[in-house]
Design a protein around this ligand. Sequence first.
Ligand code: XMP
Ligand code: MG
Length: 180
Amino acid sequence: MNEDIKEILYSKEQIEEISKKIGAQLTIDYAGKKPLVICVLKGAILFMADIIRKMDTYTEIDFMDVSSYGDSTVSSGEVKIIKDLDVPVEGRNVLIIEDIIDTGKTLQCIVSLLKHRKAQSVKICTLLDKPERRVEGVVPNYVGFQVPNEFVVGYGLDYQGMYRNLPYVGILKEEIYENN
Ligand code: XMP
Ligand code: MG
């Protein structure tokens, strides 16, 4: 699997360190607020598992699955809810955990939905941010790392369902996806 990776951008140790930092900040910011932490499936599962273990607050979790990409590396611009939340968000302090913000379309859609459902507050925590490609005015509140405009995989991020289990974030070789 490693031979499909052009370059490792962020190691397991770097991700561990940033999760600790963000978790400590969230512990302060959400003290006494009993946040509802929403994991955007499937890419954010590893990062969420790290973050919530570092949040020393009463915390509830839920999951949402949306799709905008299909199997391509380019956004279709369409966001579809595949699995909705189980927990009502009205009056809750919601923290969305994402793997990566690219165009911002996915989060734009999730944030407006949560606001429409009367969440008290909605904040975004993302492992990776690709600001170069942003078309929506989504600004994450907590960011692990910024990444260049390359297709990255690992630590939850996939290409055609693969590579999510890599313990680091790396750039996928173009030859893996260029003929698809
Ligand atoms: P938007 O464009 O809506 O996209 O901000 C967010 C979603 O797109 C996926 N995405 C990627 N997945 N490597 C991936 O594995 C990437 O470089 C990449 N860029 C965007 C991701 O699922 C994210 O939730
Ligand atoms: Mg995703």
